[in-house]
Design a protein around this ligand. Structure first.
Ligand code: MRU
Length: 328
């Protein structure tokens, strides 16, 4: 097990200004080892995003921006770097948002590196604000269910859904967290449980298929998740399993909150325009390198799903809380 550190100081993305390298916590190794993965080129960054060394919507956006900075520093073909990084993962809009932002700066003759640093710094502040605003929705004694990892590891620091949880904890609210293990990559079991236990926030992990039973027993007061893309009509794309949770929450009358920055909003696309990533068969078919399904049997491995606005109680952003079902 790795050494303890304050969760709010957990920084998954570090820019080394002397060496001009991007240093990422290798999230494939957590919770057993806290190791770093060094990116010296934009291709290294593209690999890190694809292979999920770094993951989570804001974190892949920030990393991609630094990837573009590496291409600029090494005098490489900027257009090629942009296309390579753009084609790493298709669903989280923060990736495209960050790439377009640094390209815009470049087109205007500004430094890509400076823009990447700005995106990174802004995200820390944004996540802090989401936590401060969202924690007001949390009551002393709440048990909160979360899915996947929308924490510091998925952003620059603090996280989105986990920032809300952190700030409730900082404000001395006695809360408990239930983390869905989040098959198949187990971000809840490996990353959320790691982050929260680091910080001394009580957390228990459950198999994903237990959530409904706990709700029926009155063991869950609130649900908070992050988002990979939010459309203008408030359809929310997030980790596979989010939609099922939202339906269960509606049935059991449990508030269902989404926490996300404005960089996760896509005001142009419609539901049918969004590409939901399908990942390789191995993630589902194997556990710890051992095949668990019969040879010759296929799998589905959609990485995200889409939750309609009528199932969402509120969306917590850095600019305030949106109630998608409020009459305009
Ligand atoms: O496949 P991942 O691990 O990148 O998916 C991450 C999620 O679905 C998170 O909930 C989302 O990116 C929000 S992170 C603040």
């Amino acid at each position: 097990m790795v050494k303890k550190m304050r969760g709010k100081d957990l920084r998954p993305i570090i820019w080394d200004d002397d060496k001009k390298e991007l240093i990422l916590i290798d999230q494939r190794k957590l919770p057993h080892k806290l190791e770093y993965f060094t990116c010296k080129t934009y291709e290294d960054v593209a690999f890190a995003i694809k292979d999920m060394v770094v993951r989570g919507a804001p974190a892949i956006g920030i990393s991609a921006a630094y990837g573009m900075a590496l291409a600029e520093i090494h005098g490489e073909d900027i257009e090629k770097a942009y296309n390579t990084l753009k084609n790493t993962r298709p669903t989280a809009v923060n990736l495209f948002w960050a790439l377009n932002r640094v390209m815009d700066a470049y087109d205007k003759g500004r430094s890509i590196l400076e823009e990447a640093k700005k995106i990174h710094e802004e995200d820390i502040e944004t996540c802090r604000k989401i936590g401060e605003i969202g924690e007001k929705l949390i009551e002393d004694g709440d048990t909160i269910l979360t899915h996947c990892n929308a924490g510091a590891l998925a952003c620059s620091a603090y996280g989105t859904a986990l920032s809300v949880i952190r700030f409730a904890h900082y404000n001395n609210k006695k809360i408990q967290v239930i983390a869905d293990e989040t098959r198949p990559r187990l971000q809840g079991a490996k990353l959320t449980a790691f982050e929260l236990s680091y910080e001394g926030i009580p957390v228990k992990v459950i198999p994903d298929n237990m959530a409904g039973y706990l709700m029926s027993k009155g063991m869950i007061d609130k649900i908070i998740v992050g988002a990979d893309r939010i459309l203008s009509d408030y359809h929310v794309f997030n980790k596979i399993g989010t939609y099922s949770l939202a339906i269960l929450a509606k049935y059991h009358n449990i508030p269902f909150y989404v926490a996300a920055p404005y960089s996760t909003f896509d005001f142009e696309s419609k539901v049918e325009d969004v590409i939901v990533e399908e990942r390789g068969e191995k993630e589902v078919a194997y556990i710890d390198g051992v095949r668990i399904i019969p040879e010759g049997v296929g799998v589905y491995n959609y990485a995200f799903d889409c939750t309609p606005p009528e199932l969402i109680t509120a969306i917590i952003t850095e600019k305030g809380i949106i109630y998608p079902n409020e009459k305009k």
